[in-house]
Design a protein around this ligand. Structure first.
Ligand SMILES: Cc1cc2nc3c(=O)[nH]c(=O)nc-3n(C[C@H](O)[C@H](O)[C@H](O)COP(=O)(O)OP(=O)(O)OC[C@H]3O[C@@H](n4cnc5c(N)ncnc54)[C@H](O)[C@@H]3O)c2cc1C
Length: 512
């Protein structure tokens, strides 16, 4: 067994790269082993048709300034193609409502006033909870001072909201998004657009009781621009800069190097074996893969106790979002929209989203599908040939376990998606020169994420903070000494944020 590193990181997704960069910056010898031919995971920009490029994750609402500053990402090639895209709640016949970082355009006076109140309150809640995304979660009953201090600070941050707002936050935390939106707003497409961020990526819809507010606050956690940023070169522009930053600090990154298993000796992780049989030793092994892959495929359940294994086994990891990339020979015409330059939300009302979810619950999919659409090439001409465009859409709900399997349903799901797009952009089909539909099954197969899940496991109250992915592994350490998690399945969860990676690096550095 060779021994070239202090730390081996399995996976060069953005969290693995963030973890590598912080560890290397702190002087650790780091080796990143990535299965794919390039880095970036779900954030990588890939050519899906000749001359047309897109990334699965297309916007960066959760990216923070601190990460960009700490790793000097600007120097390593990171820049923005757009800093604060508005969200446009489309109405099929026009009369759209635009949601900017500061307010609404095109809305009724009542909705505009309500939005100001809503946004102020949500921002206040987001500020109270924000520090905890960037900290190791506490472990209940650990007796540790640090854990007690984190819990105390959490309580204090809630208390200093003031009595009324604290009570309001506690009331709202588990509220279905639908109830929250109905309380504040009257416009159906506006309510649907605002509810979207509470449910995107999880097996949830507006009527689901669970964590609407927590998910919304999570989506509001980025402070890079205060809006919806797009990386130049697609999200891969960010992940390439992360790789360059890690390499500049001395991290070694090997692509095309799938790890087959973690080597455990006397109850401790001591190395990895690559798919080709090469053995590499290191005292610390960190996994950027999802929890089920990490614990079952790489480590092996035999190294874990049965209760822990059962909890990981029960994590809900069936993805619900499909990704559509279209290569277009020109700009599509969205009814009533001068230029489709924002994030377009195609859902006339919350019931429409709910109906699509209802079909997916039972392994089917709706004839009309809600989606979030972006034309990133409008802001970045490196993504498509001159005069042509890329359309990037997140389509809900596409159940991982579709009845009959995705091979039987791919064409009809794509057909339903195109018909749903046509409703808002008549004639768009005629502009399509190539398309790529990535179902959750494709995402699993191509990106190695169990179930193709956005967050590497539901973002829900039972799988949140000190329960992410489960107690016993929520502080980045796992029950097996020397083995750590740094991916989206760890706190605080998915989205291009890098907090799981930086928190994991800090937890490792604190040990010695
Ligand atoms: C359809 C879809 C759309 C999304 N859109 C957005 C968006 O617009 N904005 C946003 O912020 N978030 C979005 N997300 C969520 C976001 O992409 C993920 O949460 C995030 O990329 C997770 O990052 P990660 O580094 O933890 O994991 P990943 O990006 O999944 O990276 C894990 C890496 O580990 C590697 N790996 C796995 N197993 C092995 C092995 N055995 N050996 C070596 N390497 C291995 C994989 O190849 C991969 O590169 C979206 C997700 C999906 C599914």
């Amino acid at each position: 067994m060779s021994n070239p590193a202090d730390v081996i990181i399995i996976g060069g997704g953005h969290n693995g790269l963030v973890c590598a960069a912080y560890l290397a910056k702190a002087g650790r010898k780091v080796l990143v082993l990535e299965a794919a031919s390039g880095v970036g995971g779900l954030g990588a920009t890939r050519e899906f048709a000749p001359g047309f490029r897109a990334a699965v994750a297309h916007t960066l609402p959760q990216l923070g300034r601190q990460l960009v500053k700490d790793l000097d990402l600007g120097r390593h090639g990171f820049s923005l193609a757009a800093d604060a895209l508005p969200t446009i709640a489309l109405a099929p016949a026009g009369g759209h409502i635009t949601i900017t970082a500061d307010g609404l355009e095109g809305a009724s006076p009542a909705d505009s006033t309500a939005y100001a109140t809503y946004l102020k309150l949500m921002k206040k809640f987001a500020r109270a909870i924000d520090p905890f995304w960037h900290k190791r979660p506490p472990m209940l009953g650990s007796g540790g001072l640090r854990d007690a201090a984190t819990l105390g600070q959490f309580g204090w941050n809630l208390r200093t909201l003031g009595k009324t707002d604290m009570r309001e936050m506690m009331r709202m935390i588990a509220l279905p998004a639908r109830d929250l939106m109905d309380e504040y707003f009257e416009s159906p497409p506006l309510k649907a657009a605002l509810a979207w961020d509470a449910n995107i990526g999880s097996k949830l819809a507006p009527r689901s009781p669970n964590n609407a507010v927590i998910a919304l606050l999570y989506r509001m956690s980025g402070d890079l621009t205060g809006g919806l940023p797009l990386a130049r070169g697609g999200t891969g522009g960010l992940t390439d800069a992360l790789a360059a930053a890690a390499a500049a600090h001395g991290a070694q990154i090997r692509t095309g190097s799938a790890v087959a298993r973690i080597v455990v000796e006397q109850g401790r992780a001591v190395g990895v074996e690559l798919a080709g049989g090469e053995l590499i030793r290191a005292p610390k092994i960190v996994s950027n893969a999802d929890p089920k892959t990490s614990f079952f495929k790489l480590l092996g359940a035999r190294h874990l106790d049965i209760q822990f294994t059962n909890r990981i086994n029960r994590l809900r990891m069936n993805g619900q979002v499909a990704k559509l990339h279209l290569a277009l020979d020109g700009l599509p015409d969205f009814t009533g929209l001068a230029e489709p330059g924002g994030r377009l939300l195609l859902a006339p009302d919350m019931q429409f989203i709910e109906n699509a979810f209802d079909a997916a619950k039972y392994g089917g999919y709706a004839r009309e599908l809600p989606m979030e659409v972006l034309l990133p090439s409008l802001h970045d001409d490196s993504l498509a040939p001159a005069g042509q465009h890329v359309l990037s859409a997140q389509v809900q709900y596409a159940p991982y376990n579709v009845q009959g399997g995705w091979d039987a349903h791919r064409d009809s799901f794509l057909d339903n998606t195109m018909a749903s797009l046509e409703r808002y952009a008549p004639g768009i089909r005629d502009r399509v020169v190539a398309s790529e539909l990535l179902t959750p099954a494709d995402l699993e197969q191509q990106f190695g994420v169990t179930g193709g899940h956005w967050h590497h496991g539901e973002f829900a109250l039972d799988n949140w903070w000190m329960n992410r992915p489960t107690y016993g592994a929520s502080q980045y350490r796992t029950p097996v000494p020397g083995f750590y998690l740094c991916g989206a399945g760890a706190h605080p969860g998915g989205g291009i944020m890098g907090a799981a990676g930086s928190n994991a690096a800090r937890a490792i550095l604190e040990e010695n």
